[in-house]
Design a protein around this ligand. Structure first.
Ligand SMILES: [Zn+2]
Length: 450
């Protein structure tokens, strides 16, 4: 995998002038959208949520989006009923408090229905003083921007009374925590420290945060825990985390859900049939990167992956919970061990994932599985990820879990495992970074992974 070419292409895309320009004004009655689309934009426009679009005009004449003639370029104006559209999209953990409107720009920005989408877009947003706009897109002096091809599927953004805190995270251009201005049980510094700590943990493992720009949108709910999070990429990246208004400091200290969502940033969006690989990586690394007790980690991993053993058919396309989360975790764990054994401890899964990150393989893009695994395998000089996918994903080859744990020197019953240093693969047992003093590798010096 040549990783110079994608970098050059990304530079070229960044230098090109935006092809689609949008100017949006937030008003209590909704969004006023002005779109300037260049010649060659064809006939017919679409938006993600057409049911909330009102008063469309093209070059000053009222029309329907589907009938817009933009072959020689056009200026489109429309109103979007933001309040009605966000009322429909309620999370299953209950309504978020604080008067925040969570919305996808792709829902209200018109794009050509059939013309090529190979340029970039630029978006400027005007709001009254009390309303803040936050998005998981790249922010430049001329506004928010991203690839036009992904605008329709891009990550959620938010309007409302939000405080924005820039957080220092290694390898990232901009990480912003958006937190509604309502009282919480803990000082806001606890929330900021939690996001910074977990993002830094994940960034250290991947050789830098996997995505350049990240919005972490904290949504307060009427609870005393941290019930749920979700990760959204394509052209940018947003993590939505529901945070109990009454959650005590311990809930932030003990949380693993944000770490799980942050790990999702490290893989491209794969076709839906490989969802088990996305959830598996998040499940494996959420455990490994958060552990501060090796015996407890292996107790949890051994009990977990036993719920995900392939049942004689490939995991590709599975919808079963155990296979999706723990079968996937077993795949990445086995890859990590195989890479260490085959290289006598010189390489690990971390090398593969750092190389994938350097090649631009992260949640802001949509890649086929073959490209993803080839880019990651290039970091180790082996084909472990690809071969293991054939065995796991396509064939559902049986796994000798007992034998694997025995060779690693892991003996389990219930609770913490008993670990042996005398087992043949004990030196290749993946170790929590918090204990090994590096980014997760078993045998490397601490300096290398920082
Ligand atoms: Zn997940």
């Amino acid at each position: 995998m040549n990783d110079v070419l994608p970098a050059l292409l990304a530079l070229a895309a960044a230098a090109a002038p935006p092809t689609w320009r949008y100017e949006v004004t937030w008003r209590p009655e909704g969004l006023a959208v002005v779109a300037r689309l260049p010649a060659g934009s064809g006939r017919g426009l679409t938006v993600g949520a057409p049911g909330f679009v009102r008063q469309v005009s093209v070059d000053g004449a009222p029309t329907a989006l589907a009938d817009a003639d933009c072959r020689r370029g056009c200026v489109v104006r429309l109103r979007f009923d933001l309040a009605a559209s966000t009322d429909e999209a309620r999370g299953f953990v209950g309504p978020a408090r604080g008067g925040i409107q969570v919305t996808r720009p792709g829902d209200w920005l018109p794009v050509p229905a059939r013309a090529p989408r190979d340029g970039t877009f630029a978006l400027t947003v005007h709001t009254p003083a009390k309303v803040t706009f936050a998005a998981g897109l790249e922010q430049t002096p001329e506004g928010w921007r991203g690839p036009a091809s992904l605008l329709a599927d891009g990550p959620p953004a938010a309007f409302g009374p939000l405080d924005l805190a820039p957080l220092p995270v290694p390898g990232a251009r901009r990480v912003t925590l958006a937190l509604p201005r309502i009282p919480l049980a803990v000082p806001r510094s606890v929330v900021e420290a939690w996001v910074t700590r977990e993002a830094t943990r994940v960034a250290r493992y991947f050789g830098g945060l996997p995505v350049p720009d990240l919005l972490v949108l904290a949504l307060p709910v009427d609870r005393d825990d941290i019930p749920f999070g979700s990760a959204h990429g394509l052209g940018g990246a947003t993590l939505q985390v529901y945070v109990g208004k009454d959650a005590p400091a311990e809930a932030f200290r003990d949380d693993w859900k944000l770490r799980h969502e942050l790990v999702h940033l490290g893989l491209p969006n794969l076709p839906p049939r490989h969802r088990w690989m996305e959830e598996g990586l998040a499940t494996y690394l959420e455990a490994l990167l958060g552990a501060d007790d090796e015996a407890a980690l292996w107790g949890e991993l051994a009990e977990g992956v036993a719920q995900g053993l392939p049942r004689g058919e490939g995991l590709d396309g599975t919808r079963r919970w155990g296979e999706t989360y723990w079968g996937g975790a077993l795949y990445w764990l086995m890859a990590d061990v195989e890479l260490r054994v085959a290289s006598h401890g010189a390489k690990s899964l971390q090398d593969a994932l750092q190389t994938l990150r350097a090649a631009g393989g992260n949640m802001t893009v949509r890649w086929p599985l073959a490209r993803t695994l080839a880019a990651a395998d290039a970091g180790t000089g082996q084909h472990v990820l690809n071969e293991l996918h054939r065995a796991f994903g396509e064939r559902g080859a049986p796994v000798d879990l007992e034998g694997l744990l025995k060779r690693l020197g892991v003996a389990t019953s219930r609770g913490p495992a008993k670990l042996s240093a005398a087992a043949p693969w004990a030196p290749y047992r993946p170790r929590p970074p918090a204990l090994s003093g590096d980014g997760g590798g078993a045998t490397r010096s601490p300096a290398r992974s920082r």
